[in-house]
Design a binder for this molecule. Structure first.
Ligand code: 5GP
Length: 211
């Protein structure tokens, strides 16, 4: 159990800077593996299949659901997104901390299935800053930006379900905070049940030997 990696869910409003945050975290530390999701949305410019996402058709996605190949899935602004199970299981077994960068519905499903997972929510310092970043990114039409802002307002009501809030106003500080929180999560008793029971056992025997 000590060497098994943990599951870290990172959510946040579209435009909160999660992508940059993940990239920086993976660059600095080698104990992380970023899960690549499957999606039915179209690739954005520069997004490669198998890197940003596995871009699949609705039928292929449906099949993955039926064959229980996803840890979780959800619909987000007219498209499906899901986490392939195999990669997550394999990397955790290798001792890597696996990061799922997913939206809130999926995050809540993960928490239900894996209560010991760490849930982090990333937000910019203000709503106005969020709008500025989404427009500045220039990858979506104004309709899509508005739909994403609407979705952000919905997601904002679920922020309390997360374990920690990361305010992304300084990428450097945010990356370090995230790394520290994950390190701390490793010390949670839930990850050391074998140790706890061995310790209890040993203490019992010490007690017996002293009689
Ligand atoms: P985007 O289209 O901007 O890449 O992603 C839209 C939203 O879908 C983001 O909030 C992203 O975190 C979320 N997302 C990406 N992959 C998954 C996934 O596998 N499952 C779920 N539930 N959400 C995902």
């Amino acid at each position: 159990m000590e060497h098994q990696g943990i599951l870290v869910v990172v959510s946040g409003f579209s435009g909160a800077g999660k992508g940059t945050l993940m990239k920086e975290l993976l660059k600095r530390y080698d104990n992380y593996a970023l899960s690549v999701s499957a999606t039915t949305r179209q690739p954005r410019e520069g997004e490669k299949d198998g890197e940003a996402y596995f871009f699949v058709s609705k039928e292929q996605f449906q099949q993955m659901i039926e064959e229980h190949k996803l840890v979780e899935y959800a619909q987000y602004v007219n498209h499906y997104y899901g986490t392939p199970k195999e990669y997550v299981q394999q990397k955790m077994a290798e001792g890597k901390d696996v990061i799922l960068e997913i939206e809130i519905q999926g995050a809540l499903k993960v928490k239900k299935r894996f209560p010991e997972a760490l849930l982090l929510f990333v937000t910019p310092p203000s709503a106005e800053e969020l709008r500025r970043r989404l427009i500045g990114r220039g990858t979506e039409t104004i309709e899509v930006i508005n739909a994403r802002l609407l979705r952000a307002a919905e997601e904002a009501s679920g922020m309390e379900a997360y374990d920690y809030l990361l305010i992304n106003d300084d990428i450097d500080r945010c990356v370090e905070e995230m790394h520290q929180l994950i390190k701390l999560q490793h010390r949670r008793t839930a990850y050391h049940l074998d140790f706890l029971s061995r310790m209890r056992d040993e203490l019992c025997h010490l007690d017996e030997n002293n009689k």
